[in-house]
Ligand binder design. Structure first.
Ligand code: NAP
Length: 247
């Protein structure tokens, strides 16, 4: 029996757990940070909450006799990914990162590429006043600061759970992907959006907004992913399962 810990919090992690529990001689534990009030249903064992840094994660791996660590977290969750790389080395167990391919710019895309949310907010061109925030409900402070400087700015914010910080002049839509192209087009039109702030999440579930923005000529301020640690990486669930065959 091989005990696999999946670092999750993504649709890919849910799909991977579902595939792995169906394989004989594999026991799966999925780990969630606990950010979402009602996380997507998961098969197999689930644990929730931080580990206490890389050291805490290494202790968890050892105390629970984990044989293999698979990091299927969001590509922008840089801290837990670094912790996973360090902890698996300390615990001396195999470690895989499941990383969806990035979205690439195609003809007609108008992207302003930046390194962080704070940089994204600084990069919003002057005169752009109706902004669609799709980069999550955390890290809203830079948007709030911009509101103080440009009081005419209006934000549409979409997240799974309500944000802790309320932006003045804003509307919150609580929703979880996948989002259809028709809906994204409609939403950009209905709210007369001037620009979108997005992370380069990759994958299909939230790509429709990129297409809709291209069609409507709306710029996207695209937050790049953090650098990944060295180590084994795959881009699909099929490849993750193939990688496991060696153990
Ligand atoms: P992060 O900045 O990389 O991690 C911050 C801390 O949260 C980690 O040091 C760890 O705490 C804890 N943590 C994160 N993921 C965890 C997991 N799967 N299991 C247990 N603890 C975890 O992460 P984040 O960007 O806040 O993302 C948190 C979670 O949301 C991740 O699971 C990620 O997959 C998911 N998510 C993130 C984004 C995004 O844009 N960042 C988007 C969609 C989903 P300790 O140090 O105490 O262990």
């Amino acid at each position: 029996m091989k005990k696999i810990l999946i670092l999750g919090g993504t649709g890919d992690a849910v799909k991977l757990a579902t595939k792995l529990v169906a394989i004989p001689k594999i026991a799966v534990i999925s780990s969630l940070a606990g950010r979402t009030k009602k996380p997507s249903a998961l098969v197999g064992q689930v644990r929730i909450g931080g580990f206490g840094g890389a050291e805490g994660l290494a202790n968890y791996l050892q105390e629970n006799s984990i044989d293999i660590l698979i990091d299927a977290t969001h590509p922008c969750a840089g801290q837990i990914t670094n912790n996973g790389a360090i902890a698996s080395q300390v615990a001396n167990i195999p470690h895989l990162m499941l990383v969806r391919p990035e979205w690439g710019k195609v003809a007609g895309d108008n992207w302003i590429e930046v390194e962080s949310i704070a940089a994204a907010v600084k990069a919003i061109p002057e005169g752009i006043e109706r902004i669609f925030i799709t980069s999550g409900r955390q890290q809203l402070e830079p948007f709030l600061e911009r509101s103080h400087i440009y009081p005419n700015i209006w934000y549409l914010m979409r997240s799974i759970d309500p944000p802790d910080l309320e932006l003045p002049n804003s509307k919150v839509i609580l929703d979880r992907g996948p989002f259809s192209l028709e809906r994204e087009r409609q939403l950009l039109r209905d709210y007369q959006i001037h620009a979108i702030v997005s992370k380069n999440s990759g994958g299909d579930a939230t790509y429709a907004k990129i297409i809709a923005a291209r069609e409507l000529g709306i710029p996207i301020i695209m937050v790049q992913r953090p650098a990944m640690p060295e180590g084994d990486k795959v881009t699909s669930i099929t490849d993750a399962i193939a990688w496991l065959q060696q153990f």
